[in-house]
Write a protein that binds this ligand. Sequence first.
Ligand SMILES: [Zn+2]
Length: 368
Amino acid sequence: MILNELVMLSNVYGSNEELVLAGGGNTSAKDGDVMYIKGSGTQLATITAEGFVKMNRAALADIFTKEYPTDDEAREAQALADLDAAKMPGEEAKRPSVETLLHSLFPHTYVLHVHPALVNGLTCSVNGKSAAEELFGNGFIWIDSCKPGYTLSKICYDKMTEYKAQNGKDADMLLLQNHGIFLAADTVDAIGDKLADVMSKLTGALVREPDFDSGDYDGEKAQKCFDVIYELYGDDAVITYEPSVEALRFAESPETASAVMKPFTPDHIVYCKAEPVYGFCQACIRGAVNEYLDKNGYMPKIIVISGCGFFAVDLTPKGSETAAMLFNDALKVATYAESFGGALHMTDELSDFITNWEVESYRQKQNV
Ligand SMILES: [Zn+2]
């Protein structure tokens, strides 16, 4: 029964593009001693009961009583091994979501974790925390940007313990800076109510909404850019071209583009690479792409060009479309962040950590 409800909740919210893009987000439900968590490499929109991994709750709780190494690689490898060992018998072939530990911290039956652009307009903004306090009082916990995996879950564990001691109740909402939101409740309906409340309060606080209608772009220049991109990436390259009003607005100059030249959340890194390249014309794109390749060892996925908008390039149609979808998400986040003091990106240190994190490269390989 609980698992069926969980599948339903996941499919409903997972199909809503305002809430979930690509393989982002995850859900869980607790039933006595076990917790069902979304498997890594599955999508909420289409997940079935088999896509969930059955975990031993006591073994998950034990993880927070352990000491882990401070070295990033050693710590994450050990925590991942313990997470693996917390799977119930018969689940060996499955891989639980990397955010499993966070779900286990809530005593509530259902947990929904998503990365909506509207929420991230707040979590990726300069005044995010104070704006959240104005909107939600003390009904949430703010988690500052930090390394994902075990580090993040331990910080949440400590903050949630402190919240309960201070407020006499369990936290049911976490706002994760440069990441997303966790909501928890004992019924599916209560999750829906809570989410609707958050989204309507955020919408009410907006000073401007993004505009994705086709804009007034320079067709001749765009055609020349297509030619240069094929030349640089090869004839097999798949290009998704986005000349929306919003893309054109950000592409106008290096100053306007600076709001989207660094990643806001791990999703942007996984599907668009950490940074796009910027250029004024087809000629400077050639130099910029080569310089980018020298510096990073891979080609950029997003090329922003003044007067044209942006081009998402990959070797598969799905990769190209997903990169475009996630860069449009970044444009939305940047626009919404204007309502909360302006855009705040991930630090370079965190961005490098995510870029090199095995767990995220797994997600990228799945391309879901
Ligand atoms: Zn997440």
